[in-house]
Design a protein. Structure first.
Length: 257
């Protein structure tokens, strides 16, 4: 994160809700010089108590962004209530469905960036897709590495696909986790044991898939006439792969509207 220490610009984070707070925590832990702007007085007090050296401001109708690196983490509906004054060094939005062209109409900045983190930002494991001004690519990726991993995509259409994959798929995987647990309960395992085992399974699988290809993992477990082959056949028979592919398409189409 040395880049941000070497520049005069500190980061101004506007909005400290679910995602904003995760970003704030990640950036502070990585030593990014960040200040935060919030709506409500009680939120400001809470943040000041929790992070004594953090500069916390109360948001005004018009926000001065001149020369700043701004991260906007408010809901899209709140965006149009804010007026921005001055020319930001970079304006980074995490809002869904507010396109770079929309940002340019309301905000003056040298660089514009859109990023789509996911729920795992809460535990500093977000997989964040980032796009926008290519001149700001390195810095934008570094910002979101404070809450996990980040990857640059080449267009907003790709950002919408990434939203379906990294943004929505935690919910799809939650369905998988729930179904596997229910399956074990159905044939006789205690729920508490099944839940514990599913958690361990996902934990171990995260490490495996980081090192190996999914097809290889499947082939290593699936022996001739074996238990896994019996289960895989049932999943194929139920059209599981096509169902997941359609789910990604549906989420992408919804994100694109
Ligand atoms: N949560 C995620 O995992 C996730 C993932 C990807 C993208 N996003 C995007 O991130 C954005 C924020 O999502 P969220 O889940 O963090 O929403 P959230 O929990 O509702 O947080 C939004 C925060 O912005 C504050 N706010 C509104 N107007 C403000 C202003 N003028 N100045 C300062 N603060 C202001 C709100 O304060 P009040 O409540 O007091 O109005 C609230 O604390 C959304 O655009 C969402 O699409 C979220």
């Amino acid at each position: 994160m040395s880049f941000f220490k070497e520049t005069d610009s500190s980061v101004l984070l506007i909005g400290a809700g679910n995602l904003g707070e995760a970003l704030l925590d990640g950036m502070l832990k990585k030593g990014v010089p960040v200040s935060v702007m919030v709506h409500a007085q009680d939120k400001a007090l809470k943040l000041s108590e929790y992070y004594p050296s953090l500069k916390v401001e109360i948001s005004k109708k018009t926000i001065d962004i001149d020369g700043r690196i701004v991260i906007l983490a408010v809901k899209p509906g709140s965006f149009y209530d804010i007026r921005f004054e001055g020319r930001a060094k970079a304006f980074v939005s995490v809002m869904a469905k507010i396109y770079l062209e929309d940002l340019k109409l309301s905000v003056d900045a040298e660089n514009y960036v859109r990023a789509m983190p996911n729920l795992a930002a809460r535990c500093a494991k977000s997989m964040t897709a980032v796009t926008g001004s290519i001149a700001y690519k390195k810095e934008a990726l570094a910002l979101f590495e404070s809450i996990g991993k980040s990857v640059w995509v080449d267009s907003e259409d790709e950002l919408n696909i990434a939203t379906a994959l990294a943004g929505s798929a935690p919910a799809f995987l939650a369905l998988v986790a729930e179904s596997l647990t229910d399956g074990a309960v159905r044939v006789g395992l205690k729920r508490s044991v099944a839940e514990e085992m599913t958690k361990g399974l996902f934990d171990g699988f995260a490490s495996l898939i980081a090192q190996s290809h999914p097809a290889k993992i499947k082939e290593e477990v699936m022996s001739p006439k074996g238990t896994t082959a019996a289960g895989v056949f049932e999943l194929e028979n139920a059209g599981t792969r096509a169902a997941f592919m359609k789910a990604i398409e549906a989420a992408y189409l919804k994100a694109s509207k």
